[in-house]
Design a binder for this molecule. Structure first.
Ligand SMILES: Nc1ncnc2c1ncn2[C@@H]1O[C@H](COP(=O)(O)OP(=O)(O)OP(=O)(O)O)[C@@H](O)[C@H]1O
Ligand SMILES: [Mg+2]
Length: 250
């Protein structure tokens, strides 16, 4: 069986800086993979290369064996890859339902649906309601996004990413800036997502990582330092060194 996502020897430089240096990894269908590593390791850059927001200097990305390299972000989205960003991307004056309906109508597989039939417009409405349920915002559909708490806004961002019914969901630090309670809530929401949505998640909170991930990939200075099941990665002395030891960062 071929992996859902294959990253092959990806390289990305910013001027003299090699942000990624020959990174390869494969994510199986239904897998929940965590991507960890110190600040500046290249995690977000890897997401940007997968989604077409940046072009690599070398290597390629394949979804179910088909190369994505060179596709624009909207074309990558249409293949079934959705992502959330480290920074918020909501319409603060629109309510929760409207934010979700717009995301559903802009469906990664098509273009904007605004001039579609009533049936096609009704579908995003139903989809928005289902997604609101999925991200714990069913009671907040009529609330303007800008009036939600910080944690709820992050839940809504997850909803926006889910509204396109992705096969592969990339989440960049979904619990960043959250209180412990908000983090626990988000972790439960993520754990409850259907397995049909394969997850690749960048996360600094190790409790979140160890409660969600089937496998962990550790990036360090743009290279894969370690990869494997959570217990194996935890026991890897190189990982220990990067996070807790005499390393010069993290
Ligand atoms: N557009 C860019 N132009 C120049 N340098 C960049 C750009 N994007 C990232 N970098 C640099 O590339 C390196 C990797 O950055 P990246 O954002 O991928 O790290 P990260 O692992 O996501 O870190 P963090 O945990 O802090 O989010 C860093 O040194 C960063 O400063
Ligand atoms: Mg980052």
């Amino acid at each position: 069986m071929s992996p859902l996502l294959a990253v092959e020897r990806l390289t990305k430089s910013f001027a003299a800086l090699k942000a990624l240096n020959g990174v390869s990894l494969a994510v199986e269908p239904r897998e929940r993979r965590a991507l960890i590593g110190p600040n500046g390791a290249g995690k977000t850059t890897l997401f940007n290369l997968i989604t077409g927001h940046l072009a690599p200097n070398g290597g390629r990305v394949l979804l179910e064996g088909e190369p994505l390299t060179g596709l624009a972000p909207h074309a990558v989205a249409r293949r079934g890859i959705s992502r959330s960003f480290q920074r918020t991307s909501l319409f603060p004056r629109l309510d929760v339902g409207e934010n979700l309906r717009l995301a559903a109508a802009a469906d990664g597989r098509g273009s904007w649906n605004l001039f579609g039939s009533v049936a096609r417009l009704a579908a995003p409405r139903a989809r928005a309601r289902a997604v609101a349920e999925q991200v714990g915002l069913a009671e907040r559909l009529a609330e303007p996004a800008g009036r939600l708490s910080y944690g709820e806004q992050r839940q809504l961002e997850l909803g926006v990413a889910l509204a396109t019914a992705p096969r592969l969901l990339l989440l960049d630090e979904p619990t960043a800036g959250m209180s412990p309670e908000e983090t626990q809530h988000m972790t439960r929401l993520l754990a409850a997502l259907p397995r049909e949505i394969t997850l690749l998640i960048i996360e600094h909170d190790m409790d979140v990582v160890f409660s969600l991930a089937d496998r962990i990939t550790v990036l360090h200075y743009g290279e894969v330092l370690s990869e494997g099941a959570p217990d194996a990665v935890k026991a890897d002395p190189r990982v220990y060194e990067v996070y807790l030891g005499t390393g010069d960062e993290g």
